[in-house]
Design a protein around this ligand. Structure first.
Ligand SMILES: O=C(O)c1ccccc1N[C@@H]1O[C@H](COP(=O)(O)O)[C@@H](O)[C@H]1O
Length: 241
């Protein structure tokens, strides 16, 4: 059985590494330099970095230069998201050398473009399914964007390689992951799923790791690491077997 991949998160707003609660603008807690945070996760043994340009996701500008600097400084794999919605932003994201990008809003608003780039770039494209209940949310999670399972069926048929599933109600809350949502998404698709939102403890990570046989491939870890609920070394050890 494969082990669960862990993706420590660095979310960037106004040049700072931050964590939000429920992804709501204005709830930021700042954790300083994004580059320092990313290098710290790499030194601690991370194999992946989940890097988000929150300003680009919210439409309040972007941190493109800084994001490219952080991605370029990494020796590990990078998953990049936030504001990747057209040819220009996709080209800039891929040019950072990241391993893959997550498309959120674009998958809801410009499905033809997303189908095209899935065909062109294969598994360098993932789709972030950010949900409240079973309703997808886009534009910084401020707008409804359709039904989770209908969208999943469409993206599956277009060849989407993997999904990053975030329960917005859990994100940044340290309330535990939505295991039922993860089970339901895994039952609806044969593509790998990366879990996001709510991880608060090593037991939460073990519970997500128990879903690997169902199709969960990885888990993003954010607030719990910054709040020092556990160390990344402890998390990697917890899911190593
Ligand atoms: O990660 C967050 O906390 C977050 C909060 C609010 C909006 C987006 C967030 N992150 C990720 O950004 C992309 C979506 O960006 P876009 O819609 O493609 O511009 C997605 O991966 C979210 O999970």
């Amino acid at each position: 059985m494969s082990k669960l991949e862990l993706l420590p998160a660095v979310d960037v707003r106004d040049g700072q590494a931050v964590r939000l609660v429920h992804g709501e603008s204005g709830t930021e807690t700042s954790y300083g330099s994004p580059l320092e945070a990313a290098l710290a996760w790499q030194r601690s043994g991370a194999e992946w970095l989940h890097l988000v340009d929150l300003d680009a996701a919210f439409g309040t500008g972007d941190n493109r230069k800084l994001i490219a600097e952080v991605a370029g400084a990494m020796d590990i794999k990078v998953e990049l998201s936030g504001g990747i919605r057209d040819d220009d932003t996709l080209a800039a994201a891929l040019a950072t050398g990241c391993t893959r990008v997550n498309l959120g809003t674009a998958a809801l608003e410009t499905p033809e473009w997303v189908a095209k780039v899935i065909t062109e770039h294969g598994d360098r494209i993932a789709v972030g399914l950010d949900v409240r209940g079973t309703t997808l949310r886009g534009r910084g999670w401020t707008r409804d964007g359709g039904d989770l399972y209908e969208t999943l069926e469409r993206l599956d048929s277009e060849g989407c390689a993997r999904y990053v599933v975030t329960d917005i109600a859990k994100d940044g809350t340290l309330q535990g992951p939505n295991l039922e949502l993860l089970r339901n998404v895994c039952a609806a698709t044969d593509r790998p799923v990366v879990a996001s939102g709510g991880v608060s403890s090593l037991d939460d990570l073990r519970a997500i790791a128990a879903l690997v046989p169902l199709g969960v491939e990885g888990s993003i870890v954010g607030k719990a690491l910054y709040a020092e609920a556990f160390t990344l070394e402890e998390a990697l050890e917890a899911v190593a077997r």
